[in-house]
Write a protein that binds this ligand. Structure first.
Ligand code: ADP
Ligand code: MG
Length: 388
C-alpha cells in the first residue's frame, strides 16, 4: 500500500510544530546471484516500489527522537550519552546508523524523525536496509552533509553487524542506497564495484511471490553452507594456490579438479561457481534486452539452489513449478537465503494478471497457505523527496 506522504508530513507538523524534510529508501529483490556474496562473487538485485519514508527536522540538542508509524512506538537515542548496542529492538537500527555515521567523521545534529514504511518486515524484502539507509540519509542531510552513497551503504551494513548482530552481506544496503529507476545493480561483493544495468520492464514484469513460510533451518544451515564453501576453497587451493574464494575459480578449472572434493562439498562449490557465471551472463542478457535468456538463467539458478546447494524447500519448489507451467513466464527462482521466503518471477506483461491469480490460487489450493504477491518495476534508490 502506498504511503500518503502528504498526510505523514502533516502529522509531523502537528506533532513537532516544524516543517520536515522528507527522505525515502526502497526495499529490494535479488534477481539472480544467490549465496554468492560471502564467496566474494556477484549479485544482481533491483530496488522495488516499496519504501521507507522518513520525515526529519533538526533539534537543538543531540537527541534523536524517533516515532515509527508501523510499530506505533517511539524511542530516543542521545548522541552525547555512551553507545548502546543490541537492545534487541528496532532502536538498534537507529542508534547504529547514527553512531557509525559519526565514526565516519560526520558530526550529527539531534533530530525528530517520523518513520513509515510499506515494506513488510521479515518478508525478505529488506525493510531493515531501507530503514538504515533512509534514516542515515536523513540524519546526514539535515546535519548539512552530502554523504557518499557507498559510505552510507557500508554504515548500514556495519549497523547490522555491530548493533543488531546480523552478519549480513552488502547487497541490501547497496541497492537501497545506489539503485536507479529502470536499472538492476550488478554488485561485485569483493571489490564493491557496482554497475547499473538497464532493465526496462515495459515488456516484462517482475513478480515476487512470498510463500509465507519460514523454516527454522535457515540460520544454522547458512553457517554450514559457509563452512562448506570454505572447505572447498581449502581443498582446491591444493591445485590452484592463487585462489582466495570460490569467486576466483572458473568453471573449467573447477571441472578439472572437482573429483578431488567430497561429494557434498563438490555440489556446494558447483552451485557457487556456476551461479557467479550465470549472474554475469544474466547482466549481459539484461543489457541486451534478452529476457528469454535472462529467464533461462533464472530457472537454472533455482535448480542449482535446490539440488546442489540444497537451500530450497517444497513450498518454494512448488511456486517455481506452478510458474513453469504458465505460458509467458520467462523464468522463476527462489530469492533470498532460502528455506522459505519468496520466489522472483519474470513474466510477460500480457499474462501478468492471469499469472498472479493463477499462482496465488494454485499455491493456496496445494498448501492451504495464502501467498503474498507483489508486482514491481525497478525503482530508484534512496533520495530526498522535494516536490510533493
Ligand atoms: P527484513 O530486513 O528482511 O525485512 P529484518 O529482520 O532484517 O527483516 O528487519 C526487520 C526489523 O527491522 C524489524 O523487526 C524492525 O526492528 C526493523 N524495522 C524495519 N522497518 C521498520 C519500521 N518502519 N519501523 C520500525 N522498525 C522497522
Ligand atoms: Mg534485514
Amino acid at each position: 500500500m502506498k504511503i500518503n506522504i502528504q498526510i505523514l508530513k502533516s502529522e509531523f507538523q502537528l506533532c513537532f510544530g516544524r516543517e520536515p524534510r522528507i527522505f525515502r529508501a526502497p526495499g529490494r529483490v535479488n534477481l539472480i546471484g544467490e549465496h554468492t556474496d560471502y564467496n566474494g562473487g556477484f549479485v544482481l538485485p533491483m530496488a522495488i516500489e516499496r519504501e521507507t519514508i522518513v520525515c526529519a527536522a533538526v533539534r537543538k540538542d543531540r537527541e534523536i527522537r524517533v516515532y515509527s508509524v508501523n510499530l506505533n512506538a517511539e524511542g530516543k537515542v542521545d548522541l552525547n550519552a555512551s553507545e548502546q548496542k543490541r537492545r534487541g529492538s528496532w532502536l538498534d537500527f537507529i542508534e547504529g546508523t547514527a553512531r557509525i555515521l559519526e565514526r565516519n567523521s560526520l558530526s550529527l545534529h539531534g533530530a525528530d524523525l517520523l518513520i513509515s514504511s510499506d515494506i513488510p518486515t521479515g518478508a525478505g524484502l529488506s525493510s531493515s536496509a531501507a530503514l538504515e539507509i533512509s534514516v542515515g540519509l536523513a540524519l546526514s542531510e539535515i546535519s548539512g552533509y552530502t554523504i557518499d552513497r557507498k559510505i552510507l551503504a557500508l554504515a548500514g551494513q556495519q549497523t547490522e553487524h555491530e548493533f543488531v548482530g546480523a552478519n549480513v552481506g552488502i547487497m541490501d544496503q547497496f541497492i537501497s542506497a545506489l539503485g536507479e529507476k529502470e536499472h538492476a545493480l550488478l554488485i561485485d561483493c569483493r571489490s564493491l564495484e557496482a554497475k547499473q544495468i538497464p532493465f526496462l520492464t515495459n515488456e516484462t514484469a517482475v513478480v515476487i511471490c512470498d510463500s509465507n513460510v519460514k523454516h527454522e533451518l535457515s540460520a544454522s544451515e547458512y553457517n554450514v553452507r559457509r563452512a562448506e564453501c570454505e572447505r572447498g576453497v581449502e581443498i582446491l587451493r591444493g591445485f590452484l594456490p592463487e585462489i582466495k574464494q570460490l569467486r576466483d575459480i572458473g568453471i573449467e578449472d573447477f571441472e578439472k579438479y572437482a573429483e578431488h572434493l567430497p561429494e557434498i562439498i563438490m555440489r556446494r562449490c558447483r552451485h557457487v561457481i556456476t551461479e557467479n557465471a550465470r549472474t554475469l551472463k544474466a547482466a549481459e542478457a539484461l543489457k541486451k534486452g534478452n529476457f528469454t535468456e535472462f529467464g533461462r538463467l533464472m530457472w537454472l539458478s533455482h535448480e542449482s539452489l535446490r539440488d546442489d546447494y540444497e537451500v530450497s524447500c517444497k513450498e518454494l519448489d512448488l511456486l517455481v513449478e506452478i510458474a513453469r507451467n504458465c505460458d509467458g513466464v520467462l523464468g522463476a527462482r527462489m530469492t533470498g537465503g532460502g528455506f522459505g521466503g519468496s520466489t522472483v518471477n519474470l513474466v510477460r506483461r500480457e499474462i501478468l494478471e492471469d499469472f498472479t491469480k493463477k499462482i496465488a490460487a494454485e499455491y493456496e489450493r496445494q498448501t492451504k497457505i495464502e501467498p503474498k504477491i507483489l508486482v514491481s518495476d525497478a525503482a530508484a534508490g534512496a533520495n530526498e523527496i522535494i516536490d510533493l
